[in-house]
Design a protein around this ligand. Structure first.
Ligand code: SF4
Length: 487
């Protein structure tokens, strides 16, 4: 029997009609209809708030993320983190079901707190919410107070909590809300007049690249600046495989986080995913404070390095100066492979700003720039970057559009490549262009989260990944007479 005969069609739609529609969705006419869409979102490039909250909760020593809400939602956050890092993401849920939706989730919360505390012996349980308790209006403040009064949990056990309604914002806002609550809880009553830890508090924002965290540490160590990284997921999601299972590997020590309020200085990176946290700590933390963009590319890394130098009165170490020179050399050696190339970009606000800035430095053209949860402020900031470079003049920004919109864009107005996360692979395949997976999540490639994208080293990594792919494509597609040793 031929393979064609084995196909069992599930619809009566004739093949000619399937072909017609497949071609029609690549047209300008369809693009117009697609962009006229109002109520429906197709393949958004963001996740829901609690997922971000869980990432923040994982970044502390002995911390067990606690989902007040549905079990299925908790599975979604865990499996997303688990698939991206290929590491366990231990978290608990109080598994609200129909009766919780009708009568409120207090009983679920109390029982689960008692069980999780007894069985998993965490040092802290950051609590955040899924859609269901947010819709019915569960009062977490009262529920937690009652849990302590009932003795479900010791009086002094840290239970930071954040409302993370998923019908509003995205994973970056959930990250921010959870981190804020954790810092408020741990630092309560810990500010000491005249005390200075001498340390830098570094807040990386929502960043699921463990290599970036190691890179921040390496830069600070090169400077000789003592630091507390808030929140440090580098070990949590990249711990060594040595035969021992650790439920809570790594994370920022709770006592260091508590003492961060007495720091010498605080830098919050990723101004969109740390906005609330920074807004609070600049009025409450000792020392100097600065909010900077995530250091993608040379210019933004320079700004970060110079801020470190200024805050701590230390000269830039020779090793970092040499590293900067190597990054510039790597960019110069490779620029002809990226120069003038058009890119479609999508992702979180802080990463998008970084991609645009980096591409412009390489003489590449950020062309379709899409954020599915953005603001006018973000649009203005990206536009200012585009306006400052001749390579940005034809870049267009699409705020609050989704990946189905992006597909229409790349099919009707083609580009050379796409930068984003795994969710872009369908549009990239249809458009027959490479997808560079620098964002979150990445489900379909291994170990990418271990390669830093920030700093001078991250810049070299991005340049090499992109340019070598273009060179490889040339090797794969060129005529024999153009198949050269030298590229
Ligand atoms: S959007 Fe709401 S229902 Fe869906 S996974 Fe997130 S919290 Fe759960």
């Amino acid at each position: 029997m031929s393979s064609e005969a084995a196909v069992k069609y599930v619809t009566d739609t004739p093949e000619s009609e399937v072909k017609r529609v497949a071609e029609w969705i690549n047209t300008e006419e369809y693009k117009e209809k697609n962009f006229a869409r109002q109520a429906l979102v197709i393949n958004p490039a963001h996740a829901c708030q609690p997922l971000g909250a869980e990432l923040a909760a994982h970044g502390f020593e002995g911390s067990l993320p606690f989902v007040h809400g549905s079990q299925g939602c908790a599975s979604y956050y865990r499996s997303t983190l688990n698939r991206h890092f290929r590491e366990p993401a231990p978290a608990v849920s109080d598994s609200m079901t129909e009766d919780g939706a009708v009568f409120g989730g207090q009983n679920n919360l109390h029982e689960a707190l008692e069980n999780a505390y007894t069985i998993y012996k965490p040092k802290m349980m950051p609590i955040f919410t899924s859609c269901m308790p947010e819709i019915i209006g569960d009062d977490l403040t009262a529920f937690i107070k009652n849990a302590r009064q009932k003795g479900c949990i010791p009086q002094d056990f840290p239970l930071p909590y954040a409302n993370t309604p998923s019908f509003n914002g995205s994973h970056v806002h959930g990250y921010d809300a959870m981190l804020l609550s954790i810092l408020q809880t741990l630092t309560e009553g810990k500010a000491v007049e005249g005390r200075c830890t001498g340390k830098l508090n570094l807040i990386a924002g929502f960043d699921a690249n463990t290599g970036n965290y190691r890179e921040y540490k390496r830069i600070l160590e090169a400077f000789g600046i003592p630091y507390t990284l808030l929140a440090d997921i580098s070990e949590t999601f990249d711990s060594p495989l040595d035969g021992t299972y650790r439920a809570y590997p790594g994370g920022t020590k709770l006592e260091d986080a508590a003492d961060s309020i007495n720091g010498k200085a605080t830098i919050a990176l990723g101004t969109y995913s740390t906005a609330k946290t920074f807004g609070w700590l600049k009025d409450n933390y000792a020392g100097k404070h600065a909010a900077l963009p995530t250091p993608f590319g040379v210019e933004k890394t320079d700004a970060f390095i110079m801020k470190l130098s200024e805050l701590f009165g230390k000269p830039v170490p020779e090793s970092l100066k040499a590293e900067r020179g190597r990054a510039v050399d790597a960019m110069t050696d490779a620029h002809q492979y990226m120069h003038g190339k058009k890119f479609a970009l999508f992702g979180d606000p802080d990463y998008l700003l970084g991609y645009v800035s980096f591409l412009l430095e390489m003489g590449a053209r950020p062309y379709h720039i899409l954020c599915s949860k953005g603001t006018k402020k973000l649009e203005k900031e990206i536009q200012a970057l585009l306006d400052a470079s001749p390579y940005g003049k034809d870049g267009k920004i699409y705020i609050n559009k989704d990946l189905w919109h992006l597909r229409s864009l790349v099919m009707t107005d083609p580009v050379d490549a796409m930068i984003g996360d795994t969710h872009g692979k369908f549009a990239a395949r249809d458009a027959n262009i490479p997808l560079f997976r620098f964002g979150f999540p990445v489900f379909d490639r291994v170990n990418l989260h271990r390669y830093p994208l920030i700093g001078y080293q991250g810049t070299i990594n991005m340049v090499s990944t992109i340019c070598n792919k273009f060179i490889e494509m040339r090797d794969e597609t060129c005529e024999d007479r153009h198949f050269e040793m030298m590229r």
